[in-house]
Design a protein around this ligand. Structure first.
Ligand SMILES: C[S@@+](CC[C@H](N)C(=O)[O-])C[C@H]1O[C@@H](n2cnc3c(N)ncnc32)[C@H](O)[C@@H]1O
Length: 317
């Protein structure tokens, strides 16, 4: 029987599997297997692009009658509650028995149910013969509102990639200080601000700086944005997220890329670098060590793979 406090359900697109695996490893210290996992680490579902629900487990038992008795002892009184059955991989219980079980529990909970606008959602599920009951917190996808940001750019990172970069850089620690060194229109900053991270941004290009500022203001987020070359930033950060210019819509050269990485490594103790080229030699040159790596494929008119390199200084190891 699983003893962890939380059960997470996840979903990802096929082009994002490598990124989802790395996020799961970094946030939960476990390998991604299937579409759910148990953990004692508490993460808000809407701060990840892949977590769909977190069930805060109240009771776990392999005896269904005991589960009902346990729920009775809790005296749950919830006006407008919803109760749902979470079908996990390997659960062969049929539709009707599932419905009957929801009815059993529904009668134990005091209050009128509200399926469409619930005040609280409870979930029942069965994994490897064990019944789990708890409160279900879903990703309400409110962050999808960032799709309608006033200033966008066809080659910006996707919101899913932006959210994952923030999690990989911060390791889920909301107290960490982050900087998006090449913020473009602020895709990463929007996700960082939404999830409550302390994130700043920088872009050498005035138009990009202006677009980031407008986007942040539009959603009422307040965060420092610098219209500067990253080499001129002197404050220190726990991690830098670097979406390197790649000659598609912004100018790039080996020298520009090297300068950005060298400058960021002076101000941040962890670098999460996004590139479409192989930057191993540069990582080595600046005495950095690649501690993790993943990729994400861009789908659409222009198809290419972005590499995500997680680096830390060799000396600090
Ligand atoms: C690939 S774009 C970033 C796109 C951004 N992640 C987004 O989703 O909108 C790279 C950005 O790096 C900026 N840049 C290039 N050299 C820079 C430097 N030395 N310091 C700061 N920003 C720089 C460019 O102006 C460009 O906006």
């Amino acid at each position: 029987m699983q003893k962890e406090q939380f059960l997470y359900t996840i979903k990802y697109n096929s082009n994002e599997i490598s990124m989802c695996e790395l996020e799961t490893k970094i946030l939960f210290d476990q390998a991604l297997q299937g579409n759910h996992f148990f953990s004692d680490v508490k993460i808000e579902p809407d701060s990840s692009a892949f977590i769909k629900k977190r069930i805060d487990i109240l009771f776990a038992t392999d005896n269904y009658d005991e589960l009902l008795e346990n729920i009775k002892t809790k005296d749950i009184c919830a006006e407008g509650f919803k109760l749902e059955y979470e079908k996990l991989k390997g659960d062969e219980i049929g539709y009707k028995p599932r419905l009957n079980k929801l009815r059993d529990i529904g009668y134990i909970i005091t209050g009128e149910p509200d399926y469409y606008n619930p005040t609280v959602t409870y979930a029942l599920c069965n994994f490897e013969g064990v019944w789990y009951f708890g409160e279900s917190i879903r990703d309400d996808a409110e962050w999808q509102k960032h799709n309608d940001k006033p200033c966008s750019f066809s080659n910006s990172l996707s919101m899913n990639t932006a959210k994952t970069l923030v999690n990989i850089a911060s390791k889920g620690d909301k107290k960490s200080r982050l900087i998006d060194t090449c913020c473009g229109v602020g895709t990463v900053m929007l996700e960082g601000c939404y999830a409550g991270f302390n994130i700043e941004g920088c872009d050498i290009n005035w138009k990009a700086y202006n677009h980031t500022t407008k986007n942040l203001e539009h959603y009422g987020y307040s965060a420092n944005v610098y219209n500067e070359d990253i080499k001129d930033i002197t404050q220190k950060y726990d991690a830098a997220i670097i979406d390197l210019p790649y000659n598609l819509y912004s100018v790039s050269s080996d020298e520009i890329v090297e300068n950005i990485i060298a400058s960021a490594s002076k101000i941040a103790s962890r670098l999460v670098i996004v590139s479409i080229s192989d930057i191993k030699a540069i990582i080595e040159k600046y005495n950095l060590e690649m501690v993790d790596f993943c990729t994400v494929d861009k789908v659409g008119k222009v198809k290419f793979t972005r590499n995500i390199w997680v680096c830390e200084p060799k000396a600090s190891k």
